[in-house]
Design a protein around this ligand. Structure first.
Ligand code: ARG
Length: 607
């Protein structure tokens, strides 16, 4: 409906010109008029769109809102281009103008979608002027997942992975070239203790050609940390190991590689199960740019020496003690930190190739706890003039994952939950539910069917539960809720698709392409209107980066489809109703599949 609403918007502004000639407008009137736009109708019975400006104008031009609305409506009723799309508008309440798209337009939009793989969603076109320029305006970087080497990937990383992947899919679908960057924590002082521990407990690791497996890297990290905290000699060795590593000592680098590879393998298992594609470019990648960052900031007079450390003081940033709080860019021992690395990363990502990525939009998906870090980093990048005009840089924060008790998610015995176990449990529970349902339905299915369905449903449930929440709020993890066939859940959406696949199995031909279609029932019109909203929903997600909007849309679509399916005969209807309804089934299936695909959720024909 994006194109249609744009056309209506134009008609509205033509009407404004007639009713309020520009030479006669007060500045207030002008500003009300220029900012006036169509808003989606608050209830389906009001039509498709509403125009609410009459109320705001009434005060300014001292006429009743109904009179103003009437004059606008009179103009619209005389506008042929408007009437091609819309029924004659009506006025409701104190002076709202209600618009409803006429059936000819709705039907022709449905026709278009029947023959369009993109279901009416426009593909962004980028100017082909100069390759450099083009690169700058279609390339987006999404920095997501980004766990830390040798540490457990936790539920926060899971959220980042699921949300980041969904945003990447949506932006890719819109036509952007998306770099999916895994900014893993693969550098820092913790490697001193890890390498020291490695050299002592698996010395052979560094001297054989075969890769040595450290079966439990997380436990390995814990042991190293324990020794570091308790043993002074070990601590000293670890410190000099950091120096070795930074100086490029071969053996230290080998040990570091080994630890990274080991971790990488573990992370990859999760990514494979979730069907996530990422390009790893960890913190270590930016090492060679860190000195440049310092020099650049120094040259721009942004650095202040505070007790030996190179710092930036940002306006308004104060610590708990009320004193200005420094952002440390280089520690007093000369070392760099998380902030320095992120500054180098911004610079690199915004610099045009061959010296950088040349992206125009940078998106960082992490928990809300890092909001102040990113806010500081972005401010510094602005002060340093690294953000070209037309480039956007944004933090996409999300809330905590909590257990059903509202506390941090833990196992029954109080330990942090491993992601693999979380996925396994969702699949296991989906299997139990499925078997129970098959039993009550007296269905027999092969084991392979049961395995595929429960794996798909389990993973889908985890992803969807996460994506369907407004990401900013904390989210309560509940297997029971996410696996339920009722409510805003993955199984509910998957089931709507299964119903449509069932229609086709019963002989309904969903390949309706250009046949005559005709509609009479309210349930049909409601479904059509919902189907036509897909393009606006996607463009909203593209702008606001809220996957929950797409989820809410798919949920509403499924509800409206289910009402249609339950109340209107499809296969038993005569023609042209049957073909017309099959056309709606086909577009609904296409829309749900596309939507789920953008969420990163595979679909099923039967479940
Ligand atoms: N490794 C970090 C963590 O686990 C997340 C990194 C996010 N990305 C970034 N560019 N800082 O918290």
């Amino acid at each position: 409906m994006l194109e249609i609403s744009a056309k209506l918007e134009e008609a509205l502004h033509r009407a404004f010109l007639k009713v309020f000639p520009t030479d006669n407008r007060s500045s207030k009137t002008s500003s009300i008029l220029t900012s006036s736009s169509l808003v989606p109708a608050s209830k389906p019975e009001f039509g498709d769109f509403q125009i609410n400006c009459a109320l705001a104008l009434a005060k300014e031009i001292k006429q009743s809102p109904r009179d103003i609305a009437q004059q606008i409506v009179d103009q619209l009723k005389n506008d042929d281009d408007f009437l091609k799309i819309c029924n004659p508008p009506s006025i409701a309440g104190p002076g709202f103008i209600n618009l409803s798209i006429n059936s000819t337009t709705l039907i022709s939009e449905i026709h278009i979608r029947l023959n369009d793989k993109r279901l009416g969603v426009p593909l962004k076109e980028f100017s082909n002027k100069k390759i450099e320029e083009k690169r700058n305006h279609n390339r987006v970087i999404i920095d997501f997942s980004s766990p830390n080497i040798a540490k457990e990937m936790h539920v926060g990383h899971l959220r980042s992975t699921i949300i980041g992947d969904c945003l990447a899919r949506v932006l890719e679908f819109c036509g952007y070239e998306v770099l999916r960057i895994n900014h893993v924590g693969d550098w820092g002082t913790q490697f001193g203790m890890l390498i020291t521990h490695l050299k002592e407990v698996v010395p052979e690791a560094l001297h054989t050609k075969d890769a040595v497996e450290i079966s439990d890297l997380v436990n390995f990290y814990r042991q190293a940390k324990k020794r570091f905290d308790e043993d002074q000699i070990f601590q000293n060795k670890s410190r000099s190991e950091v120096v070795n590593l930074q100086a490029g000592n071969q053996e230290s680098l080998l040990a570091w590689q080994l630890l990274c590879n080991q971790s990488r393998k573990e992370f990859q298992k999760i990514y494979d199960r979730l069907d996530i594609k990422l390009t790893e470019r960890g913190e270590s990648f930016y090492n060679k740019f860190l000195v440049d960052v310092i020099n650049d900031l120094k040259n721009k007079n942004l650095l202040i020496n505070d007790q030996g450390a190179q710092c930036i003081f940002l306006d308004g940033l104060v610590g708990k003690d009320g004193k200005p709080q420094p952002i440390i860019i280089q520690k007093s021992d000369g070392g760099f930190n998380y902030t320095t690395t992120d500054l180098a990363a911004i610079k690199y990502r915004l610099t045009n190739p061959p010296h950088g990525d040349g992206a125009f939009r940078l998106i960082y998906v992490t928990d809300a706890g890092q909001a102040s870090h990113f806010s500081a980093v972005f401010q510094i990048a602005k002060l340093a003039d690294w953000i070209p005009t037309n480039c956007q840089i944004e933090h996409v924060p999300f809330g905590l994952v909590q257990g059903e008790d509202g506390k941090k998610l833990k196992t029954r015995s109080g330990e942090t939950i491993r992601l693999v176990d979380l996925l396994d449990e969702a699949i296991q529970r989906a299997k139990v539910d499925l078997k129970a349902r098959l039993n009550t339905e007296n269905r027999f299915e092969k084991d392979s069917f049961i395995d595929t369905v429960s794996t798909t449903v389990g993973i889908a449930a985890i992803k969807y539960a996460d994506l369907s929440q407004n990401r900013i709020s904390n989210y309560q993890f509940s297997f029971d809720k996410m696996l339920s066939l009722q409510g805003n859940t993955a199984p509910y959406l998957l089931y709507a698709l299964v119903r449509i696949a069932g229609i086709s199995r019963k002989g309904g031909d969903l390949n309706v392409s250009s046949k005559k279609i005709q509609f009479n029932e309210d349930q049909e019109w409601a479904l059509i209107r919902k189907l036509l909203q897909l393009d606006s929903v996607i463009s909203e997600v593209e702008r606001e980066l809220l996957p929950s909007r797409l989820c809410a849309y798919l949920f509403e679509l499924s509800q409206i489809f289910n009402r249609f399916y339950d109340q209107v005969p499809i296969l038993k209807a005569g023609e042209p109703a049957k073909t017309s309804r099959l056309a709606l089934c086909s577009i609904t299936a296409g829309t749900l599949k596309l939507g789920m695909n953008l969420l990163g959720i595979p679909t099923l024909e039967r479940m």
